[in-house]
Design a protein around this ligand. Structure first.
Ligand SMILES: O=C(O)c1cccc(C(=O)CC[C@H]2O[C@@H](n3cnc4c(=O)[nH]cnc43)[C@H](O)[C@@H]2O)c1
Length: 215
């Protein structure tokens, strides 16, 4: 990976600036994905059409599931999971995989890279874990949905809104994809005042300093 170009997609400008403050590497382009999986997929495709890359990373802030990921900590996706594409049924949510239609809603990541980055961040003293990260088109805002997601995805540590879109675009180009998130809020009943966006952006900046040493 040491010579290849890397595309980092962030949803908003504040995340882009945090990543750019952290990394000083001219092999990297940081591009805005927009909010949500559709905008993220379209904008990642555009970037991949315009330039040649060897790795795609979705970086940003996220909600952490209570008891699984603390505010300010980092989660690196061990798997990128689209958690709201499928069908409801009286027995519960059915994913595309369970329905047997469409493409898989679970996207694999490069395990070697995930391991190398999380080890480097841990050595640097950062609070980091590897776990599935969910992509949803809307921010979870009720206790009921939070519990349903935590039961359905018992290993998931975080939710955000772009990872699956970025990953689908990377897949189209047969490129490895990573998702790295700094936790800004607990997933749960809507309380926008409690979001610690500044703390999460600081974690994202610190993480960016370290993970580029590995790549
Ligand atoms: O104020 C709101 O309710 C609101 C609605 C939609 C988006 C936002 C953002 O500011 C989100 C920006 C960005 O952050 C990620 N994010 C952060 N926390 C969560 C979460 O708990 N659940 C899902 N996504 C989250 C997401 O990737 C957004 O792009 C605010």
């Amino acid at each position: 990976m040491k010579n290849g170009r890397i595309l980092i997609m962030t949803s908003v400008q504040a995340e882009k600036e945090a990543v750019l403050r952290g990394l000083k590497d001219d092999r990297v382009d940081v591009v805005l994905a927009g909010v949500g999986p559709v905008a993220a997929a379209i904008n990642t495709m555009k970037a991949l059409t315009a330039n040649t890359y060897e790795l795609v990373i979705n970086a940003g802030i996220a909600g952490g599931f209570s008891g699984r990921a603390d505010i300010g900590s980092l989660v690196i996706a061990s798997e990128i999971v689209c958690a709201d594409l499928g069908a409801e049924s009286p027995e519960g949510f059915l994913s595309m995989d369970e329905l047997g239609i469409g493409s898989s809603t679970r996207i694999e990541v490069d395990e070697g890279l995930v391991h190398a980055i999380s080890s480097a961040l841990s050595r640097d003293g950062q609070d980091v874990q590897r776990a599935p990260i969910l992509t949803l088109s809307k921010v979870t805002g009720t206790e009921e949905t939070t519990v349903e997601l935590m039961v359905r995805e018992p290993e998931a540590a975080a939710e955000a809104m772009e990872g699956y879109g970025v990953a689908c675009a990377a897949q189209e180009y047969n490129l490895p994809v990573l998702e790295i998130r700094a936790i800004s809020n607990a997933v749960g009943p809507r309380d926008r005042e409690a979001w610690r966006i500044k703390d999460a952006l600081q974690s994202l900046e610190s993480a960016s300093k370290v993970f580029m040493e590995v790549l």
